[in-house]
Write a protein that binds this ligand. Structure first.
Ligand SMILES: *[C@@H]1O[C@H](CO)[C@@H](O)[C@H](O)[C@H]1NC(C)=O
Ligand SMILES: *[C@@H]1O[C@H](CO)[C@@H](O)[C@H](O)[C@H]1NC(C)=O
Ligand SMILES: *[C@@H]1O[C@H](CO)[C@@H](O)[C@H](O)[C@H]1NC(C)=O
Ligand SMILES: *[C@@H]1O[C@H](CO)[C@@H](O)[C@H](O)[C@H]1NC(C)=O
Ligand SMILES: *[C@@H]1O[C@H](CO)[C@@H](O)[C@H](O)[C@H]1NC(C)=O
Ligand SMILES: *[C@@H]1O[C@H](CO)[C@@H](O)[C@H](O)[C@H]1NC(C)=O
Ligand SMILES: *[C@@H]1O[C@H](CO)[C@@H](O)[C@H](O)[C@H]1NC(C)=O
Length: 507
C-alpha cells in the first residue's frame, strides 16, 4: 500500500472536484432551476400543488356588504340625500371551481366558479334591518325610456303612479341582497318584448345578489392559461363566456387580457403594473404601484386601482372607449352595457379617487384610502399575493326626465346603493413556507457557490497536500486499517471479499 497514492484519496479528490463543478453549475443556474421548480408547482396541472389550492380554496373567505340607508328619502329631490352606512353584513363564502376541463391542444383550462354564501353572525346588523334605498326598478324603467316618444313616456309616468311607485323603497337587508322582493313592475316587464328590457332575462324578484347563491353563471365561463411552458403564467384569461374579446366595448377596450386574480407575474418592480381581468367590471384594469411594506416576515409591493384605472378619459385617453356614450365623471365605470342596459356605475367605496362632484351630490361619503382602496399586496419576487382587498361600490345613475312626473326634478347624479369588500390575508403557515421558498431563491445560489468552494478545497487537499499532512493522513489511514481492516479498506480488498462471497454463495 505504502508508496502509491491510496485510491480513497483519488476518490475523494475526484468526487470532490466533480461535486464542486456541479455545485458551481447549480449556483450559476440557480434562479433558472428554482423558477422551473416553482413554475411546475404553480402550473394548473392536475397534480400540481397550486391546482389543489385553486380548485377549492381552503382559506376562509368573507364577503362583506355595506348598505346605505337613505334617511331623508321623503324630502327628495328638495333635499340632498343623506346616506348612513350600515353593516358590514358578513357572509362566509365557499368557492369551488367546477367543470374544470384541460385542453391540451392549446394549453388552456376552462371552468366555472360555484360560490355559495352563508350569513355570518359576526355581522354588524341583522338581515331583518329595515333599510330605505333608491327604487332601482323604477330608476331602470325611467332610464330605459329616455329615447322613447312623448306619449310612451307619459304612459310610463302614469303606470308608475298607478303601481304606487316612489323614488325610494324600504325593504329588509335580506330582501335587498340575496332573497329579492317582488314588484308589480317586474311582472309588467315579463309581458314586454325583450327589446324594451334590453334582453334581460325575465325575473320574478329583484335583489342585488338574487339567484347568485350556488349559481354557475355569476362569474361566467372562463378559459385561462395553464402555464406549463417556459416563461408562461397560469391563470391568464383567454376567453370569457366563449368570447375572446369583450362585446360591450369597441376598439382597444374590447381586449380581454390579464390575470383572473390568483396568479401574478414574478419579479415585480415598482414600475410594474398588474393587469387584471375583473368580471364584476366586465373589463381589464391596470393596477399601479403605491407602496411597499412587510407582513408576516415577507416583503410586499402594494398595487392599487388608481385614479386612472377606471377614469373616463380626463386622465387616461385610452379609457374613452369604455364610456359608452357621454364620458360622464372620472373614477367611475359605466357597466350599463354588461348589465343589460341598467343604469349601473361601479366606483371605489365612498367615491374614493372619483370626481369630487359625485361626493358633493350626496351627504355621507367619507372616502378613506385605508378602508376603501382596492389593492393587491404581492411578494414581488415570487409574485404571490400576501393580502388582497377587493372593494367596489354600486351606484345608480339618475337624470331628470321631463315627461315622467316622478323623475321630473331629480338631479343628474350617481346614487350610491351599497359597497362590498372581500379581504384575504395569507395565513401565517403559508407565509412561513413562502419565507423559506423566498430564502431558498435568494440564498440558494450563494449556498451552492459556498459548497463548490468547500468541495474544491477538499479535492485540492486530497491530491496535493504537504508531506507532513500526507503522512498524518497515512498514519490515520493505517491506524483505522488496524482497527477494522476489512471495513475501511474499501479498495482492492473489499472487491476481493465480494468475490469470495460470490463464490461461497452457490454452495
Ligand atoms: C334606516 O332609515 C330609516 C329612516 O330614517 C329608519 O327608520 C330605519 O330605522 C333605518 N334603518 C336602520 C337599520 O337603522
Ligand atoms: C358542471 O358542473 C355542475 C355541478 O358540478 C354539473 O351539474 C354540470 O352538469 C356540469 N356541466 C358540465 C357541462 O359538465
Ligand atoms: C382550446 O381548444 C378547445 C377545444 O379543444 C376549445 O374549446 C377552446 O375554445 C380553445 N381555447 C382557446 C383559448 O383557443
Ligand atoms: C345559499 O345556499 C345555501 C344552500 O346551498 C344556504 O344554506 C344558504 O343559506 C344560502 N345563502 C344565502 C345568503 O341565502
Ligand atoms: C356597526 O354599525 C353601526 C351603525 O349601525 C356603526 O355606528 C358602528 O360603528 C358599526 N360597528 C362596526 C364595528 O363597524
Ligand atoms: C321601514 O321603514 C320605513 C321608513 O322608515 C317605514 O315606512 C316602514 O313601515 C318600515 N317597514 C317595516 C317593515 O318596519
Ligand atoms: C353608459 O353606457 C350605456 C351603454 O354603453 C350608454 O347607453 C349610457 O348613455 C351611458 N351612460 C352615461 C351616463 O353616459
Amino acid at each position: 500500500m505504502r508508496g502509491r497514492t491510496p485510491r480513497w484519496r483519488w476518490l475523494v479528490a475526484g468526487g470532490g472536484a466533480l461535486l464542486a463543478v456541479g455545485a458551481l453549475g447549480a449556483a450559476l443556474a440557480w434562479s433558472l432551476i428554482f423558477d422551473s421548480i416553482l413554475a411546475s408547482q404553480l402550473a394548473l396541472t392536475p397534480s400540481s400543488r397550486s391546482y389543489k389550492e385553486w380548485v377549492a380554496p381552503a382559506v376562509p373567505l368573507y364577503f362583506e356588504i355595506y348598505l346605505f340607508n337613505w334617511t331623508n328619502a321623503a324630502d327628495f329631490p328638495a333635499e340632498k340625500p343623506i346616506l348612513v352606512e350600515l353593516g358590514p353584513y358578513r357572509f362566509r363564502e365557499h368557492r369551488r371551481h367546477v367543470n374544470v376541463t384541460w385542453h391540451h391542444n392549446n394549453d388552456s383550462l376552462s371552468y366555472r366558479t360555484l360560490r355559495s354564501w352563508h350569513y355570518d353572525p359576526t355581522s354588524n346588523g341583522s338581515l331583518n334591518d329595515n333599510i330605505t334605498t333608491l327604487n332601482v326598478i323604477a330608476a331602470s324603467a325611467v332610464f330605459r325610456s329616455r329615447f322613447w316618444g312623448y306619449f310612451q313616456q307619459k304612459g310610463l309616468s302614469m303606470g308608475l303612479a298607478m303601481f304606487g311607485q316612489r323614488v325610494s323603497v324600504s325593504k329588509t337587508a335580506r330582501e335587498l341582497l340575496f332573497d329579492g322582493y317582488e314588484d308589480p313592475l317586474l311582472d309588467l316587464a315579463k309581458s314586454l318584448p325583450a327589446s324594451t328590457t334590453g334582453g334581460a332575462p325575465p325575473v320574478d324578484r329583484f335583489g342585488w345578489f338574487y339567484e347568485r347563491n350556488n349559481s354557475l353563471d355569476t362569474d361566467g365561463f372562463m378559459e385561462v392559461t395553464i402555464g406549463n411552458s417556459y416563461g408562461s403564467l397560469p391563470g391568464q384569461i383567454l376567453r370569457w363566456n366563449h368570447e375572446d374579446s369583450l362585446p360591450f366595448y369597441g376598439g382597444k377596450c374590447s381586449r380581454l387580457e390579464g390575470s383572473v386574480g390568483e396568479f401574478l407575474p414574478r419579479d415585480l418592480s415598482e414600475e410594474s403594473r398588474l393587469t387584471m381581468f375583473l368580471p364584476d367590471l366586465c373589463r381589464t384594469v391596470n393596477m399601479d404601484y403605491r407602496s411597499s411594506g412587510q407582513m408576516l416576515g415577507l416583503n410586499y409591493h402594494k398595487y392599487e386601482l388608481s385614479e386612472g384605472s377606471f377614469d373616463n378619459s380626463s386622465l387616461s385617453l385610452s379609457n374613452t372607449c369604455f364610456c359608452g356614450g357621454a364620458c360622464a365623471w372620472g373614477g367611475v365605470m359605466n357597466v350599463s352595457a354588461c348589465r343589460f342596459g341598467s343604469p349601473t356605475f361601479v366606483s371605489l367605496p365612498h367615491f374614493l379617487r372619483a370626481d369630487p362632484a359625485l361626493r358633493a351630490g350626496v351627504d355621507g361619503m367619507k372616502p378613506d384610502p385605508e378602508k376603501h382602496s382596492f389593492y393587491f399586496a404581492v411578494e414581488p419576487r415570487l409574485g404571490i399575493p400576501v393580502e388582497v382587498a377587493a372593494r367596489f361600490q354600486i351606484n345608480v345613475y339618475l337624470e331628470p326626465s321631463p315627461n315622467v312626473a316622478l323623475y321630473e326634478h331629480v338631479p343628474r347624479m350617481l346614487f350610491p346603493v351599497f359597497w362590498v369588500q372581500q379581504r384575504v390575508t395569507l395565513d401565517s403557515n403559508t407565509a412561513q413556507e413562502l419565507s423559506v421558498v423566498r430564502g431558498a431563491r435568494d440564498w440558494g445560489a450563494t449556498a451552492c457557490a459556498a459548497a463548490a468552494l468547500l468541495l474544491a478545497a477538499v479535492a485540492a487537499l486530497a491530491t496535493c497536500c504537504p508531506p507532513h499532512v500526507n503522512k498524518k493522513l497515512h498514519r490515520l489511514h493505517d491506524d483505522l486499517k488496524h482497527c477494522c481492516p476489512s471495513r475501511i479498506e474499501f479498495s482492492d480488498d473489499q472487491d476481493k471479499i465480494k468475490e469470495d462471497e460470490l463464490k461461497l454463495n452457490p454452495m
